[in-house]
Each structure stands twice: as C-alpha cells, then as structure tokens.
Design a protein around this ligand. Structure first.
Ligand code: ATP
Length: 219
C-alpha cells in the first residue's frame, strides 16, 4: 500500500488432512481470508509453497489457477454471492455446467433442504436459505475441497448453527475436505483440526479426536 508494506500472511505454515473438517480461527485482521484466498487460487503468495492433493498450486500460471478454481475448489462466502436474477436452481446450474463431473443441481439443492424452493430467486429466500443455495452451488461442482469464509457471519444464531451442521454433515457424508474460517473460538469444538492464526502467523495446529456436534455447542 504505497510506502507501507502489509504482510498479511507471514511465513504461515500448516497442513490439513484429506477429509477433515478444519476450522481456521483468529481475530479480525489476523490473515484468515488472505490464507483462504491463496488456498483457493484467488490470491497468490510471493514466497512459499501451497500444495493441494500433491499439486504445487503456488507455482500455477493464471490459466492453471482458473482451471484449479473451476474444478477443484468450492467457495462459500459470508454474503452468499448469488446471482440475483437467476433462480436457486439456475445459480447452482451456473456452477455445475462448467465442471467436468458435476453433481445433479436439483438433487444437490434437495440435499441441502431446498427441494421446494428451486424456482425462487435469492431475494425471495431468507439469509440461511441463500447460504444453503451457495453451499449447494459449491458442492455441485464436486470439488476436492470446500473453502468457507465466515459462512455464518451474516446469519442469526440458530440459522448459523444449521448451516454449520450442514457443512459438518457434508464433510462426514462425502469425505470432502472442508475448511471454515471464523473469529468465533467457541466453534472450534466441532472441528477435526483447529488452526489458530494470529498476526499473520499460524500459532497452533491441533487435532480434535472427539469433535462435538454443532447442536451441542453454545456461544
Ligand atoms: N488487498 C489488500 N490490501 C492491503 N491490505 C490488505 C489487503 N488484504 C488484506 N489486507 C490486510 O492484511 C491483513 C489480514 O487481512 P485478512 O482479511 O486476511 O484478515 P482476516 O483474519 O480475514 O480478518 P477479518 O476476520 O476481519 O476478515 C489485515 O491487516 C488487512 O488489512
């Protein structure tokens, strides 16, 4: 930023095993989103290595990153990022149609509990329902990894819990690796792995052998 150099991720180092439900936790400004965006190929690092499923994505060209984002990564954002003039079904199809081995859009929406709302536009859905569409959109791509940046940040307590439960179930039922970013340390109890980030550094990487179902977590 002009004269100032901001180091958003500073020699940050961690690993996640395939199929884990991982929570990256840290205070605002710690560097969580930067790390997630680099993992998802939306941002690049100027040093270091990022490896996913044996592939060195930190060396990828812009073209390779586009392919990587398209086929390998599913994103879930805090504010859903749905296309407003497309229905729930069309939003999911938009993603699945550009993928190699997509899941059926209708079935995926049914799987997240929205089988009755396929023809609704985002403005006709609640925040929690819109986030479910966004999760279905990410899942329908059949990605290797699901990256979720504060997925419950815009939702009320119970709706947030339901969305987290859906993400946890997705991980358990499909064996997909799920990484969730949050500033809420109460949520760490539901994860298989917890990575704590502070001032751009990973300060710990713990395994939780007995994750708690989200319904039993209070905050
Ligand atoms: N494009 C950018 N230009 C300048 N500074 C940036 C940029 N992106 C991030 N930063 C800075 O890098 C640091 C880490 O930001 P980041 O968004 O990754 O943190 P975070 O942990 O996700 O925070 P929050 O929970 O508030 O979203 C912050 O100090 C932020 O201001």
């Amino acid at each position: 930023m002009g004269e100032n150099k901001i180091t958003a991720a500073d020699h940050i180092s961690f690993f996640v095993e395939k199929g884990e439900f991982c929570i990256i936790v840290g205070p605002s400004g710690a560097g969580k989103t930067t790390v997630l965006n680099m993992l998802g190929g939306m941002d690049t690092c100027d040093e270091g290595r990022i490896v996913l499923d044996g592939n060195l994505i930190s060396e990828y060209s812009q073209k390779q990153l586009t392919t990587y984002r398209r086929y390998d990564v599913g994103f879930v954002f805090q504010f859903y990022n749905l296309v407003q003039n497309l229905t729930a079904l069309e939003n999911v199809e938009l993603a699945s149609e550009i993928c190699r081995d997509p899941l059926d859009a209708r079935e995926t929406l049914t799987g997240v509990g929205l089988g009755e709302r396929l023809r609704n536009f985002p403005a006709q859905l609640s925040g929690g329902e819109q986030q479910r569409v966004a999760i279905a959109r990410a899942l329908a791509k059949n990605p290797k990894i699901l990256l979720c940046d504060e997925p419950t940040g815009a939702l009320d307590y119970n709706t947030g819990k339901a969305v987290l439960g859906l993400l946890q179930d997705t991980c358990r039922n499909t064996g997909r690796t799920v990484i969730v970013i949050t500033h809420n340390s109460a949520l760490t109890g539901m994860a298989d792995r917890i990575i704590r980030i502070k001032s751009g550094k990973a300060v710990s990487n713990e395994v939780n052998l007995h994750p708690t179902p989200v319904e039993e977590i209070e905050w």
